[in-house]
Every structure is written in C-alpha cells, then in structure tokens.
Design a binder for this molecule. Structure first.
Ligand SMILES: *[C@@H]1O[C@H](CO)[C@@H](O)[C@H](O)[C@H]1NC(C)=O
Ligand SMILES: *[C@@H]1O[C@H](CO)[C@@H](O)[C@H](O)[C@H]1NC(C)=O
Ligand SMILES: *[C@@H]1O[C@H](CO)[C@@H](O)[C@H](O)[C@H]1NC(C)=O
Length: 236
C-alpha cells in the first residue's frame, strides 16, 4: 500500500522542469549565432579579398568582394540555426542529471552540475565543451558550403568566372582595337582551370582562418565565457 501510494504520488506530482528547453534552447542557440556572425563575416571577407586580388583582373574587380559569398551567406542564414541547435541540444546536452537512484548530484540540476545533462548548470560546468561545439559546428557548416562539390561553391565560382571573363573581354576588345586580327584568337581554357584551382585553394583555408580568428585551440576569442555563463544561468 505504501509503495502504491508512493508510485501514485510520483506519477501525479506536478513535474518541475529544470532543463534548458523551449525558449532557453532557442535563445542560447541564437546568442551563439549572433556572436559568430562578425567572426564568420571577417573570415569570408578575408577570403573574398584574396579572390579579388589574386584571381580577378583590376578592370573587373568589385567594390565589395564579399558579395561573391552571397550564395554562401544565404544558405548559412537559412540552415545555421537548425544545425547549431541540433549540435548543442540534443546531440550533447540533454536528459536528466539524476543518477541511477534518482538523486541529483551536488550542483545539479543548476547552477554548476558536473554531469552531462540538459540543464543550464550542466552547460556551465561543461562550458569548454559547449564552446567547442559552437566553433566546430559553425566551421563545419561553412566548410560544407565552400567545398567544391557543394551547390553554393559552384555559385560562387560562377560569379568569379563571370568577372574574370568580363575582364578578359575588355582586354580582348582593347587588343583587337590595336591588332585587329589577333584579339579573338586568344584562348583562355587553360587560364580558367588555373583559376578554379586557385579558388579551391582559397576556400580550403576556411577552417584554418576560423581557427586563427577564434584563437584555436583554446578558442579564447570565441569563448565569451563570462557573458555566456551569466546568460545561460539566467534561464531557470
Ligand atoms: C538571417 O537573416 C535574418 C534577417 O537579416 C536575421 O535576423 C537572422 O539573424 C539571420 N540568421 C542567421 C543564422 O544569421
Ligand atoms: C555537411 O554536409 C554533409 C553532406 O551533405 C552533411 O551530412 C553534414 O551534416 C553537413 N555538416 C554540417 C555541419 O552542416
Ligand atoms: C582598355 O582601354 C581603355 C582606354 O584606353 C582603358 O581605359 C582600359 O583600362 C583598358 N581596359 C583593359 C581591360 O585593358
């Protein structure tokens, strides 16, 4: 009877949830996205400037080379949230903090819980892991969007090639004004392949540039530890 009564109480007692759920998940994911936006733009800007100076002749250079990455930024914008939310919760931080006997270890569920589980206290205790998940996920996503087999890489390549061709046409026009019979016979097939290879070489730097910008391996510049811990603990 006692046992039955206990079970009844357990099953019907209102459940007080101490876990990062709902708005907590949404807000923490968005906070990392917000903090990574200037990091990502800095790295893409660096690569865009290399593309412009190394591959595009001056006569067709853009005022804002970052526009080459328009397709990447669009795709990042529409997929980054889901990817990051999934990488943090539930891939790593989820579940209850209680041990096999249903007891919450000291510091759990909050504010500093030494068990991997789905509460703010656990995210604070394992902050180094959380920091690296955010970095790895953001870097992997951007690497995906700039690898040669991706649709977004091909769109960027098309934009670059169009500018290179514009520059070539202008040079040819000038040339044929000077030496009319020569201009149209210049072939640019070989040059195009070189440019594709150089572009892939620039894109390949992305993980390394992200690491440099963030101060890898410690990620000291993409940690925001104090502010993020306070923010995380602001959720019940
Ligand atoms: C996507 O763009 C919208 C509108 O500019 C912005 O509010 C949002 O934060 C962006 N999302 C990401 C993941 O950058
Ligand atoms: C990268 O792309 C692969 C294959 O399309 C996909 O399985 C993986 O989840 C992607 N990774 C990220 C971080 O978006
Ligand atoms: C073509 O010639 C014009 C006029 O001489 C010059 O201003 C322009 O820079 C030249 N363009 C290229 C691509 O050589």
């Amino acid at each position: 009877m006692q046992l039955l009564y206990s079970m009844f109480v357990l099953l019907t007692a209102p459940v007080v949830v101490f876990a990062c759920e709902g708005q907590c998940i949404v807000d923490i994911t968005n906070e990392y996205l917000r903090r990574y936006t200037p990091v990502m733009l800095y790295v893409l800007q660096d690569m865009a400037e290399q593309i412009s100076t190394d591959l595009v002749p001056p006569s067709a250079r853009r005022a804002s080379p970052i526009t080459y990455f328009g397709p990447v930024l669009d795709a990042y914008n529409s997929t980054a949230y889901a990817g990051l939310e999934n990488a943090i919760f539930p891939s790593y931080f989820h579940g209850k903090c209680q041990d096999a006997d249903g007891v919450d270890p000291a510091g759990c569920p909050d504010p500093d819980c030494p068990i991997v589980c789905g509460t703010p206290g656990s995210m604070v205790h394992f902050y180094a892991k959380l920091r690296s998940i955010a970095f790895e996920q953001t870097t992997a996503m951007l690497a995906n969007l700039t690898k040669p087999s991706s649709a977004t890489y091909k769109e960027v390549e098309k934009l670059v090639m169009a500018d290179v061709n514009t520059a070539r046409r202008r040079t040819l026009d000038n040339l044929s004004r000077i030496i009319p019979s020569q201009g149209q016979t210049l072939s640019n097939k070989h040059g195009m392949r070189d440019i594709q290879q150089s572009l892939q070489g620039i894109m390949k730097q992305l993980p390394q540039l992200m690491g440099q910008k963030c101060g890898a391996p410690k990620l000291s510049r993409c940690s925001w530890e104090k502010a993020m811990k306070a923010y995380i603990l602001s959720f019940p």
